[in-house]
Design a protein around this ligand. Structure first.
Ligand SMILES: [Cu+2]
Length: 396
């Protein structure tokens, strides 16, 4: 239903397209100038990254925040014009070469005395207006609607990926960045599995973390909240349009803080319902497949193992298997790969407490068998060992 594979340049052409378009206009000479300017303006509305303003909000409160920003900008623009008009007028018409001299008694005049009071009071009035509006919106941002049916999504930050649990349906999504070789222009902006959300539904996000502080932040949703280990905090959003919205972890959380993008895909409630059913079915099918007592061939396991490894393990151990010593050990040529299979299974299933190597025991038997087979044979490790799901079951 919903395509989870990366489509390069999903919504916008590459920057190269736009610069080509605008230089094309420019080459037509002065006559083309107006065209090239309109071309540039059009281009900037297509590329969010090149826009001057904030991204177009996609949720109610985000829009209200955006409106306050616009109001503030309008007020400052008017003030800027008034003040600078006054300054330039004074400099030009009251310059020394015209015989003007500074007024020694300005401070004694009525205006000279009271302007210092009147102007700040006027500014304060404007400030209070903005503050009043901001206060009202802030309340809406933080006060999750209580009396309504909400879609609960638990958002757990991990070093360095996101986990999304749709509490009502039991669907679980693991979302990881895509390595540079595969993500192209969307490097650090695209993930393997997106956070799919329905529009026109109040969604409650429950934020927490499995390790250190992270922060969930998607500008179009106006949600930015720290994920704190051991605590659950709430935010909410109601999406008003479909689309793909990109965010990031916004709390420095270690080496690969930059590698935990967030990609929200907003779809209609009908598509969301269909997607939910599809996810449930996929999970059941995977479980059923893993539990059959089948002997898998080396090729089958290697293929599955590579896909799993590249998405779940390569962030630390690298696609090349070389790791990033000393933080993340190389698996290529590591003695453990050629050592007893039981030790290898043990560290993958149970992890190593106190290190970044987490327990992967929630993966099913087939997945772990594929991973271990892959690690023992990829990158010239070539042990020839084939680990079957039944071996994993026994090792648990
Ligand atoms: Cu983080």
């Amino acid at each position: 239903m919903i395509d989870h594979h990366i489509k390069y340049q999903q919504s916008c052409p590459t920057p190269a397209d736009s610069s080509e378009a605008s230089t094309g206009y420019l080459s037509k000479g002065i006559g083309g100038l107006a065209l090239s300017i309109s071309g540039l303006l059009a281009a900037s509305s297509v590329h969010a990254e090149y826009g001057i303003n904030f991204p177009e909000p996609a949720a109610g409160v985000a829009r209200e925040i955006y409106n306050i920003h616009m109001l503030t900008m309008q007020i400052t623009t008017v003030l800027l014009i008034i003040v600078f008009a006054f300054v330039f007028y004074s400099i030009y018409f009251h310059r020394k070469s015209r015989g003007f001299e500074a007024d020694q008694n300005f401070h004694k005049s009525w205006f000279g005395q009271w302007s210092w009071v009147i102007v700040p009071v006027m500014v304060l009035g404007v400030d209070l207006t903005i503050a009043g509006k901001a206060d009202a919106v802030l309340k809406k941002v933080w006060e999750v609607p209580k009396d309504e049916k909400l879609l609960d999504v638990k958002v757990t930050g991990h070093q360095w990926w996101w986990e999304y649990d749709y509490i009502d349906s039991g669907v679980k999504v693991e979302s990881r960045y895509i390595p540079e070789e595969e993500s192209g222009d969307l490097y650090l902006r695209e993930v393997d599995n997106r956070l799919v959300l329905p529009t026109h539904t109040k969604i409650r996000f429950l934020h927490t973390s499995a390790d250190v502080l992270h922060a969930f932040w998607v500008p179009e949703l106006a949600v930015k909240k720290d994920a704190i280990p051991g605590y659950i905090t709430e935010t909410w959003a109601e999406l008003d349009r479909e689309g793909v919205f990109r965010g990031q972890c916004a709390e420095l959380c270690g080496t690969w803080h930059s590698r935990m993008p967030i990609v929200v895909e907003a779809v209609s409630p009908e598509r969301f319902a269909a997607w939910t059913e599809e996810q449930k079915a996929l999970k059941l099918a995977a479980l059923a497949e893993a539990s059959v007592d089948k002997q898998w061939s080396m090729d089958e396991l290697m293929e599955r193992g590579k896909t799993l490894y590249d998405s779940k393990c390569a962030a630390c151990h690298q696609i090349t298997g070389l790791g990033l010593p000393p933080a993340f050990p190389a698996l290529k040529g590591s003695p453990m790969m050629a050592g007893p299979i039981a030790d290898h299974l043990d560290i993958v299933i149970n992890g190593k407490p106190g290190t970044a190597m987490q327990a992967w025991g929630t993966l099913n038997d087939l997945e772990i068998a594929a991973l271990v087979t892959y690690e023992r044979n990829a990158w010239d490790n070539n042990t020839g060992d084939v680990v079957q799901p039944a071996d994993v079951k026994q090792a648990r």
